[in-house]
Design a protein. Structure first.
Length: 615
């Protein structure tokens, strides 16, 4: 069979999932009268809501050229965000070429650099597609120069630098070889893929071997492992063995089902051979990075090392007075099983148990990745107490310098010229060093910083306020570097409820002068719950349940009017996690996100505070 395996890589929101939709339509994968929702590849609810790709997905199209020769093209849609980089690294081992999609106005962005660097290091040859060519602010010539410069910086070889270029509009569904194209279809893209992406050059006669790169679960079939067959032929019901990266046998079993990808569906097939991307059911212990092969295999296939986690949070049992009211999964045993299951399929996440067994430390690539995991658990009915994120330091033998090292990130910020001064000041307070500053057109400036990850925790919300929602910030893990010393956190204290019960409008009206409220009248509160931000530095215990004293005197004048309260500040999950301090937790349930003190009893809080001061 005429076969091509290709991955589409790009920065967040540069249009790769939309482009895949058009490839489906124009290859005949969907019938003309078939109703297909937009961004069909983003099947996960969170992906649709956030407009980003979180999970790598395999699909395929069949395209026939003018001579009637049909080519089967396996396409992998990869995440563009660096927090999900582990997906990208594994996926690239399954393909023979990449399509690098770049926005015609924004040009290469940090995640473009991240994913492209991984692809070039594997020796893959890219096809560059300058997308959104119909944008009024498009600058294709400059963007192409920036891509070439990026490739040079990433030490691309001569073959990789001699890349074919296409200009396209994924939304409108056309592509061309010149930047003045404004109509047509995606035929030039199909032709370029067939011409420039090599056929899989693998041994179809040898023994069957495959590296598992994705893990999925099916309620009827159990574990489903996806990967590309590196050698040999796989038949249904064939005996198979799973082996880990060190050559230890994980388990023996049978390939009870073999699936190939046809459009958006997994289709059962009887046989598959080297070069095919398939999904296998039948194993119960095998996981990502395991080699699946015939029972006679002696050595595992090489699995790429995954970049280490840089951030950790503690996931604890919810022990608030409202525990168990919203969710049905509240026991530590159930939480442990679910987190261990997540770590199996997502190799970028590491789970370890803390002393006492009621909390688990979950380490990952960044706030977004861990935030998505928490939101997923919440929707599944879990109740959790989440701690403030903390960065993972390297000490002594682990570090290159022998001293204490912390993770740094490259931060690229596009901001209106008038706000650039504020952003530079705020980043300097967070111990960031500016490495580049240049105008990016349209009254905007592009600022590049090298910043310790610690200083960026919780900054995004403040950044959006400072730039009135117009700034765009992109972050990428850069390196481990010298410890930068203490960085100041939140400047304000919080308002803490000293009673349990429903909040009263009269009491909240009196508290508005004290700071910004997070709650509304009638909301159920408990002792130790954070109900607002204090205007001053210290924490303040308040009574939001206090009602108006009744007398037999009629009030005169404006006091009879209804109480009007300022709308409360409502935080998203990520904002709440970034907002809290070390002595606070975020209580996450299927119906609510609350901020609370770690110790609900005020006397216990004082004792702990004195201990910390003494230490």
């Amino acid at each position: 069979m005429n076969l091509r395996n290709v991955a589409i890589i790009a920065h967040v929101d540069h249009g790769k999932t939309t482009l895949v939709d058009q490839l489906f339509r124009q290859s005949g994968t969907f019938r003309d009268n078939q109703r297909v929702e937009e961004r069909a590849m983003d099947s996960n609810d969170l992906e649709k809501e956030r407009g980003i790709t979180i999970l790598a997905k395999c699909t395929s199209v069949e395209w026939s050229d003018a001579n009637g020769v049909t080519t089967h093209i396996n396409i992998v849609d990869t995440p563009g965000h660096a927090d999900f980089g582990a997906e990208v690294e594994r996926i690239l081992s399954m393909v023979d070429g990449v399509i690098l999609l770049v926005d015609s106005a924004e040009g290469p962005m940090p995640q473009t650099k991240f994913v492209t660097g991984k692809a070039l290091s594997l020796g893959l040859k890219p096809i560059v597609v300058v997308n959104k060519i119909d944008r009024p602010d498009a600058r294709p010539a400059e963007v192409l120069d920036e891509v070439f410069e990026l490739f040079l910086n990433l030490e691309a070889n001569d073959e990789q630098l001699d890349f074919p270029t296409l200009y396209a509009s994924g939304r409108a569904g056309y592509a061309g070889l010149t930047d003045d194209v404004r109509e047509g279809d995606l035929t030039p893209m199909f032709e370029t893929i067939v011409k420039h992406v090599p056929k899989p050059n693998l041994d179809t006669k040898g023994e069957f071997k495959m590296l598992a790169t994705l893990l999925d679960r099916d309620p009827f079939l159990g574990r489903i492992l996806t990967g590309r067959i590196e050698s040999g032929t796989l038949n249904v019901n064939m005996p198979i063995r799973a082996m880990d990266v060190n050559g230890n046998v994980v388990e023996d079993g049978r390939a009870t089902k073999v699936f190939a990808f046809r459009g958006l569906d997994r289709t059962p097939v009887e046989t598959a051979q080297a070069g095919d991307i398939v999904a296998i059911a039948g194993l119960v212990k095998a996981t990502v990075s395991n080699t699946i092969g015939e029972p006679t295999i002696a050595e595992p296939l090489h699995a790429r090392e995954i970049d280490p986690p840089t951030l950790a949070m503690s996931f604890a049992v919810n022990d608030s007075p409202f525990a168990g009211k919203d969710g049905d999964k509240v026991q530590s045993r159930v939480i442990r099983d679910r987190l261990e299951r997540e770590a199996e399929g997502n190799v970028a996440i590491k789970v370890s148990e803390t002393q006492g067994g009621d909390a688990f430390e979950v380490a990952g690539r960044g706030e977004l990745q861990l935030g998505v995991l928490i939101e997923t658990l919440r929707r599944e009915g879990f109740e959790l107490s989440i701690s403030r994120p903390r960065v993972l330091f390297r000490d002594g033998a682990q570090s290159a310098s022998g001293g204490r090292e912390e993770p740094y990130e490259t931060v690229v910020i596009d901001v209106d010229d008038e706000f650039s001064g504020t952003v530079i000041d705020k980043m300097a307070m967070r111990k960031a060093e500016m490495t580049d500053m240049r105008p990016s057109g349209g009254g905007k400036t592009r600022l590049t910083f090298s910043a310790p990850s610690r200083g960026l925790i919780g900054y995004h919300g403040e950044f959006l306020s400072d730039t009135r929602g117009t700034g765009i910030m992109n972050r990428l893990f850069e390196k481990y570097g010298p410890y930068k010393g203490p960085i100041s956190g939140r400047q304000n204290g919080v308002l803490i409820s000293m009673e349990q019960g429903p909040a009263v409008a009269y009491a909240l009206s009196a508290l508005e002068d004290r700071g910004i409220l997070f709650i509304t009248p009638g909301e159920m509160l408990y002792e130790g719950m954070v109900i607002g931000e204090n205007a001053k530095v210290q924490d303040l215990e308040v009574n939001p349940l206090k009602s108006k004293q009744l007398t037999n005197f009629r009030a005169s004048g404006p006091k009879d009017e209804g109480i009007r309260l300022t709308p409360p500040r409502r935080m998203t999950l990520e904002q709440a996690i970034a907002y809290i301090q070390d002595d606070e937790l975020v209580e996450v349930t299927p119906k609510a996100i609350r901020i609370r003190k770690r110790f609900l009893d005020p006397h216990e809080r004082k004792r702990e505070s004195r201990k910390m001061e003494a230490a």
